[in-house]
Design a protein around this ligand. Structure first.
Ligand code: FAD
Length: 493
């Protein structure tokens, strides 16, 4: 794979000093060299913190983005400063009989990066991006976040289906599938992985693409936490940036929720893949009051992605013509926004690290499931008024793709988020989640690996894949990681 960027317009983002650099060396205490694999460990230039170090609790805690951390403790945290460090760390783990979990930015809701014992190999400092405008591709390292990538590609008129929340890292997002902006148009983000550089369990760097190591290419497109290697760079297909984005937003009283669902269906059936519909139910109205005093309402945002104002209006026309504004408490129409605005905080607590348990499903019955969960929220309010439901209507446009293991089994996507203000809310949140799952599971067509609690609900993991893909993943794991160097899905052995 040629990475010769001569005569091409390329952009390079390097992030410099960080906490890690500040402390690198300081934490390379002699105690960590005591075990086997010393040769490999001593060659690592990045940060190494082991359990005996006084700052270990702080470092362990910082590895998962969430406020409430599970009681799981890796023996060592290695923050790689280069691809070479990744190779040394994996060789060290394999030769000393330890397991590895790879981290990109630590946003996984199952807190999958925190495991007991072994190595936590942190790739968050690998943050280079090289964009090739001509071929509309980019090589991206795993520590780059959604908003950062879009900011870079935007400068050359290109876009990528990056996560809806700007802080999410590309590493784990892509590996698990990637539900991003423009997904109805371009498909789930991992389908835009053209190639990747992977460090295998044998400590070898290989390229995976449609032409080389196809089975690894298939596996990195959706296996998420279950992948058996470390991805140090992805080559991504980019797309022309839509220059005209229109947003219409409506707040709807729950008394009109059934009617609203009829409108969503009607608008969804209009079928333009450049129209994206996000429905949220939570305590959002009126937004000037504290959450506990707000009403539980449904808000919906329709985003029309186009290349001219006239085209944007035309894409939005099924929304305007539907008459949905007649049942709205509040409306904001014809808002001209940019890709940057997509990452402005909405009224939900979309990005709250107070999340405790998150669940999702692919479904063809989003209306029914939304109504069921809304009713439950109304009658049995969750511990925190900041908990919410999120639905992507007609979110999924591709169901079958033999070149990736990801499975997007339903037309719509539903996820819901339980927030805890205090530790004592965690158990009631799990109870609420258990009950809510029971209510809506009959309508599930499968799950998305990046937004489930694999430890609490281990059976769901298999339902993120087709039966055939699930078996193939197990076979590939045995073949490519015969010594079980890499942890598999949390909750599975
Ligand atoms: C606020 C918030 C908003 C979100 N929004 C979206 C969204 O819009 N769309 C969406 O699809 N998802 C979204 N997510 C979910 C997100 O995709 C997952 O949390 C994903 O795991 C995040 O990637 P990460 O790099 O932080 O993963 P991490 O937590 O760092 O890693 C998770 C697991 O992935 C594996 N892994 C990670 N990096 C690598 C690597 N480089 N090589 C090999 N294995 C690796 C490891 O097994 C690891 O245990 C959101 C999450 C949060 C917290």
């Amino acid at each position: 794979m040629s990475r010769n960027l001569q005569n091409r317009r390329s952009f390079l983002l390097r992030t410099g000093a960080s906490l890690a650099a500040l402390f690198a060396g300081t934490f390379n205490s002699s105690s960590v060299f005591a075990k086997s694999g010393l040769n490999y460990l001593s060659r690592i230039k990045g940060l190494i913190v082991d359990k005996t170090h006084p700052h270990y609790p702080l470092w362990r805690s910082s590895m998962s983005w969430y406020i409430f951390k599970p009681e799981r403790f890796p023996d060592k945290i290695i923050r790689a400063s280069s691809e070479q460090d990744v190779i040394h760390a994996i060789n060290y783990a394999r030769t000393s009989g330890q397991k590895v979990v790879v981290r990109s930015t630590g946003h996984n809701p199952a807190r999958a990066v925190l495991r007991n014992d072994g190595l936590l190999l942190d790739l968050s400092q690998l943050r280079e991006v090289e964009v090739d405008k001509e071929s509309m591709t980019a090589w991206v390292q795993p520590g780059i976040k959604a908003e950062e990538l879009l900011h870079i590609t935007e400068q050359v008129g290109l876009a990528f289906p990056a996560a809806h929340t700007g802080i999410v890292g590309l590493g784990g997002y892509l590996l698990g599938g990637g539900l991003g902006w423009n997904m109805p148009e371009y498909g789930i983000a991992c389908r835009s992985i053209l190639a990747a550089e992977i460090i295998t369990a044998q400590g070898k760097k290989v390229i995976a693409s449609a032409d080389e190591n196809q089975e690894l290419h298939w596996a990195i497109r959706g296996s998420g936490q279950g992948f058996f290697g470390a991805v140090v760079r992805y080559k991504l297909q980019l797309y022309p940036l839509h220059t005209s984005i229109l947003l219409n937003r409506y707040v709807i009283s729950l008394d009109n929720m059934e009617k609203a669902v009829e409108y969503f269906e009607k608008i969804g059936n209009a079928g333009d893949k450049r129209l994206e519909t996000f429905i949220k139910v939570g305590r959002f109205y009126p937004s000037n009051l504290p959450e506990a005093k707000r009403d539980l309402v449904c808000t919906v945002g329709f985003f029309a992605f186009a290349d001219s104002p006239a085209e944007a209006k035309q894409i939005m026309s099924p929304v305007v013509d539907s008459g949905i504004s007649n049942i709205s408490l509040l409306k904001k129409e014809n808002l001209n926004i940019s890709y940057k605005d997509l990452y402005r905080p909405p009224e939900t607590d979309y990005s709250s690290p107070n999340r405790t348990v998150v669940e999702n499903m692919w479904t063809d019955e989003l209306g029914k499931t939304l109504l069921l969960l809304t009713e439950k929220m109304k009658n049995e309010p969750p511990t925190s008024p900041r908990s919410f439901l999120l639905g992507g209507w007609s979110f999924n446009s591709t169901f079958e793709d033999p070149s990736s293991c990801v499975q997007t089994a339903g037309r719509h996507y539903l996820s819901w988020y339980m927030i805890a203000e205090e530790e004592k809310h965690i158990d009631p949140n799990y109870k609420w989640m258990d009950e809510s799952l029971e209510l809506v599971m009959p309508f599930s067509k499968g799950h998305y690996i990046n937004e489930i609690d694999t430890l609490r609900y281990p059976d769901q993991v298999q339902h993120c894949f087709s039966v055939k893909s699930w078996k193939k993943l197990a076979t590939l794991r045995k073949k490519h990681d015969p010594d079980n160097v890499f942890h598999t899905f949390l909750g599975h052995t």
